[in-house]
Design a protein around this ligand. Structure first.
Ligand code: NAP
Length: 305
């Protein structure tokens, strides 16, 4: 029997429906909706399509959405000044700067310039630090790892005491999801191993994973025989392996051989239609969270607490 397919498209739909209710409740309660600014520098086609999807999703939820497109030759100073403007704008609760940025702009400086209170991407060192400390300290989880964890939980996979193996150690996926799965708490409490290009016996580590999270960006890296029967497999990889003659669109695949792996795994995410759609849902969730938090702060200031 084949594995259960964990559909990111279906889960995104559920999460967005929950958020839509949250937004409607906020509007009814205090006449304000979450505000998100999406800053796009230049016209990189992949970035344009990611930003378009984020804008459409924000609008569909009833957010106040500002799409701020800037020319590719905007100076670093100019971009930092723009971020500062949105840091001080009370109608904006989330600031998203689409990466990658043109080479003349220092991405780290840009990430650090976003107020940690509005860092709905969860990339600011303050928010990453809070994520590592865990518990009530956590503010905004980075969106792709948050989406991965949500998929694991919503698919009914037991995480407590589970052996989790994460393939990849990037700052945006591998490292944060490894930390998150090892934290105390719901959807975590796992025993985590993080592997990378210098790992010896990569396959041996993968074979003992109850939950295998693969974020390497290498098509077909994980062989079907590396998968423990019944394991939950989360394939984060998005690899362009050609162009469809029919549609002219890119042909995408993950890091796991899906057709063979689904015969062995218990649950598995497809590519496309797996982790990708969840990333945007988590961005929206962070923005709603930020709007609520800002509102609470205003309330505390008013009552002098
Ligand atoms: P990255 O920064 O390139 O990191 C890749 C990691 O995988 C590195 O830690 C690397 O090890 C490791 N790795 C590469 N080849 C390996 C091998 N043969 N054996 C073991 N480890 C190997 O990539 P990333 O930004 O994390 O992204 C990973 C993949 O996820 C990409 O395909 C990307 O497109 C996709 N992605 C998807 C989403 C989404 O929303 N669906 C979001 C982000 C990324 P070293 O550190 O030793 O080099």
């Amino acid at each position: 029997m084949g594995a259960e397919i964990i559909s990111g498209i279906q889960m995104r739909k559920e999460i967005l429906a929950e958020l839509e209710q949250d937004v409607a409740a906020m509007k009814a309660e205090y006449g304000q909706v979450p505000g998100l600014v999406t800053i796009l520098v230049g016209e990189n086609p992949a970035s344009v399509s990611y930003v378009t999807l984020k804008v459409q999703t924000a609008l569909s939820l009833g957010f106040h959405e500002v799409q701020d497109n800037q020319p590719a030759d905007i100076s670093e100073q100019g971009l930092l000044a723009l971020i500062e403007k949105y840091n001080n704008d009370p109608a904006i609760h989330g600031i998203l700067v689409q990466l990658p940025l043109p080479k003349h702009i220092n991405e780290e400086a840009v990430i650090n310039a976003i107020s940690p209170d509005k860092d709905v991407d969860g990339f600011h060192p303050v928010n990453l630090g809070k994520m590592v400390i865990g518990g009530d300290n956590v503010r905004y989880l980075p969106c792709t790892p948050a989406g991965i964890q949500e998929m694991i939980v919503r698919s009914g996979t037991e995480t407590e005491g589970a052996e989790v193996v994460v393939v990849g150690r990037s700052n945006i996926v591998g490292k944060p999801i490894a930390v998150m799965m090892g934290q105390k708490g719901r959807g975590a409490n796992s025993t985590v191993t993080m592997v990378h290009t210098r790992t010896k016996d990569l396959d041996a580590h993968c074979r003992r994973a109850d939950i295998l999270i693969v974020a390497a960006g290498v098509p077909g890296l994980v062989k079907p025989e590396w998968i423990k029967p019944g394991a939950t497999v989360i394939d984060v990889g998005v690899n362009r392996v050609g162009v469809s003659e029919e549609t002219g669109k890119a042909i995408l695949c993950g890091d796991v051989d899906f057709d063979q792996a689904r015969e062995i795994a218990g649950k598995i995410t497809p590519v496309p239609g797996g982790v990708g759609p969840m990333t945007i849902a988590m961005l929206m969730k962070n923005t709603v969270k930020s709007a609520r938090w800002h509102r609470e702060q205003e309330g505390l200031t008013r009552t002098g607490k």
